[in-house]
Each structure stands twice: as C-alpha cells, then as structure tokens.
Design a protein. Structure first.
Length: 390
C-alpha cells in the first residue's frame, strides 16, 4: 500500500511543473574576442555606418581545389583566369555559420555556443574526429542574427545544370575580419576534438601539438604557397613556418581579430557547392553568354597526374581525409594523360563576391566529359560565339 501511495504521488507530481529544471541552458563553451581597428576607411561605398557588428562561429568544410587552379597554366590567358576565378587553394572554406554574438563598442565580444558541431563538419570516424572553425566579424546588414554565406556565380549553361549553377544574389552581410583566413598566414582557430587525434590534410598544423579533447583555441604560424606545393608533391604535409607560434589553449583564451577590408575577408563567407576537387563541364548555350565582364581562356583539359595529394588528407586545403581521387562529377582527362579536348574556362564577374569558374566543352555529359554517348556534341557545328578551336 505504501508503495502504491508513493507511485500515485509521483504520478500527480508528473502532471505539475517539475522544480529545478527551468532557466536558460548553460553554454557548452564561451569564446572571447577582441576586435581592433578603424572600420571607417574599410567600409564599401555607400555604407556610412554598421547596422549590427557581430562575431560568428563558422565551421570549416572539407574541400579540394580543382586541378585547373593549381596545375601550371598553359598560357598567359589561363593564368589570368586562375587569378580572377580561383579562390586561395589553402584558404579556409566555410561549411556552416553557427552562433553569433554582438561586438560591443569597445570591440569585445563573448560568444556562447549551445550546440556541438554537427557530424557533417567533423572529420574522421567516431573514434577520432575533429572540426575547425573561424571566428568571423561581420556587419549583419539584414538583421537576421546569422552570417549569410554567398556562392560563386557561374556563367549561363545550355541547360539546367543543378544547384552548382546557382545565381542567387550575394549576401548583404559585410565581413570585416576573421581569426582563420588561410593556412598561409598566422591563425587562431576554434578546434573541437572527439576521441583520438589523427594528423591529416584537413587544415593541418604539421609540427604543432595535437588539439586537446573538447573545445580549444589553437594557433599556427602558417606556411608559404611554395613550401606547401613542394611538400604536397613530396607526399608530406607542409610544416609550419615558425613552430614557436603553435599553441593549444583553453577555449576561453582571448582571440584577437584585426579589422580588414571586406575584399580581403570575403572568401571566408563564400560557400563551395562543389567541394570534391572535380571540375564540372557544361554545355555551351546557343546564345552568346556575354563574357564582357568575365576573364576567359581556351585550355586543354588538365591531367590528373600533376599537383598530387598529401598523405592522409589530399592537398592541405581542407581536403577529404582519405586522400583518394575525388568522386562524382566529370573527369579531368585521365590520370597522367593529357586530353585533346579543348575547354573554354570562364571566371566570375568582377563585381561578384565569390570567385568561381565555369568550364564549357563542345562535347560531354553531365556525369563525365569523356562519356561514350554525349548529352551534347557541338564539335561539328559550334555556337557562333564559340571562342576556342574545335
């Protein structure tokens, strides 16, 4: 009887409000930021002041640059297209913008994080995986409390080629600084580690210590482009330039971010619809796509046997952790075999926030440019505007 009364009492209590479980959820971690510098000379034309200066946690993506952007250019025109249309191959690439917090008038900010990074930004298996993030300072122009990412604007295609042909307008948010811009410069990055740590090509810090378990603030000196390329060709990860700048610090460590011109920071806010290192070859439209404000070049399809991948992670640019050849998308002429097929490579427009390339070929398929039965074939009768040899 006593037990029955106790169960009845618990049942009645369950119908009411439980005590001691209310109130705000405590953060998992709080990041501390100090933002310095005068924004007045950095504002874009027409911007008189900031609407809402914020700092956001932006988790990094696994990403491989496409071969055209890192192989030696075959002409000055191709070199110009690379400069205009290829993002920094060692730059930080965003996967997702997470929490944001206001930057105070004195430049300080405390950014609480209430959720762990999602599985799609964690690299490795359940026994050893890691995620990295950049702390990005931006002006929240539309007031939605979130850093909105932009995407490259591809040139028009002859048919609907899916989401990577996005022509959504650029985000209105203005970026003014980031703690992690590129692996070729010093950085302070947010790290989150679960289980063991495996050294890979995912934003590596070769020679630095392993990030501790849980959240931390890790620093690195960066490496030069030439040393990274030499190391990659040798099958090793590029060493940091100054190991004295390596640090693995508690998550509450102050992160210093200096103000920079938006053009220098924009890539941290540029999403990549294609992240596996493959090139997407497109059907040229019948009508002139208007390349007046784009840089273009005629080039052979690149060989896959040039700028190889670093061990356990592909090229050290946030690439895939298995180091394998990219899957999906079109081929690049076969490993070590140059293609006789000529492509027309086109950059984005000068006004675009994000860099990107469009690859046109006179013959090809959505799945592969070297398909046996092409989806399009204009080799016998190219469009009147076509600028390259057949």
């Amino acid at each position: 009887m006593r037990r029955a009364l106790a169960l009845a009492t618990l049942a009645l209590a369950a119908c009411g409000k439980l005590q001691g479980f209310g109130g705000p959820v405590p953060p998992l971690v709080t990041f501390n930021v100090a933002f310095t510098g005068d924004l007045t000379p950095l504002r874009p034309p027409g911007i008189a002041s900031e609407k809402s200066l914020q700092v956001a946690v932006v988790w990094g993506a696994q990403w491989l640059t496409e071969p055209f952007c890192v192989l030696p250019p075959e002409s000055d025109a191709a070199k110009a297209v690379i400069a205009a249309g290829c993002r920094d191959p060692f730059g930080f690439v965003p996967a997702r913008a997470s929490a944001s917090a206001a930057v105070a008038a004195d430049g300080t900010a405390s950014l609480p994080l209430l959720q762990l990074p999602s599985a799609d930004v964690l690299v490795g298996d359940v026994t050893a995986r890691v995620a990295y993030a950049s702390l990005v300072v931006y002006d929240d122009r539309n007031g939605n409390g979130t850093l909105d990412l932009s995407e490259p604007h591809r040139a028009p295609s002859g048919r609907d080629d899916g989401p990577d042909m996005n022509d959504t307008p650029d985000a209105t948010d203005i970026l003014y600084g980031a703690s992690f811009l590129t692996m070729t410069a010093p950085d302070q990055r947010v790290a989150y580690r679960e289980g063991a740590f495996d050294t890979t090509g995912f934003y590596p810090r070769a020679g630095c210590g392993d990030p501790p378990k849980g959240f931390s603030i890790d620093a690195a000196s960066g490496f030069t482009f030439d040393s990274a390329k030499a190391a990659t060709l040798a099958g090793v990860l590029p060493p940091e330039g100054d190991l004295a700048l390596c640090a693995e610090s508690p998550s509450g460590t102050l992160v210093s971010i200096g103000a920079r011109a938006p053009a220098d920071v924009d890539e941290v806010g540029c999403d990549e619809p294609t992240d596996d290192g493959s090139s997407r070859y497109r059907e040229p439209p019948v009508d002139d796509p208007d390349l007046a404000d784009r840089v273009w070049a005629c080039a052979h399809l690149p060989s896959s046997g040039g700028f190889g991948g670093a061990p356990d992670g592909g090229a050290p640019d946030g690439g895939a952790p298995d180091g394998g050849a990219p899957d999906g998308g079109a081929g690049d002429g076969g490993a070590g075999a140059a293609s006789s097929l000529i492509q027309l490579v086109v950059s984005g427009r000068s006004s675009d926030r994000c860099k990107g390339l469009t690859h046109y070929t006179l013959r090809g398929c959505r799945e592969s440019v070297t398909c046996a039965l092409p989806d399009w074939d204009f080799t016998a009768n190219p469009p009147s505007w076509w600028k390259c040899p057949r």
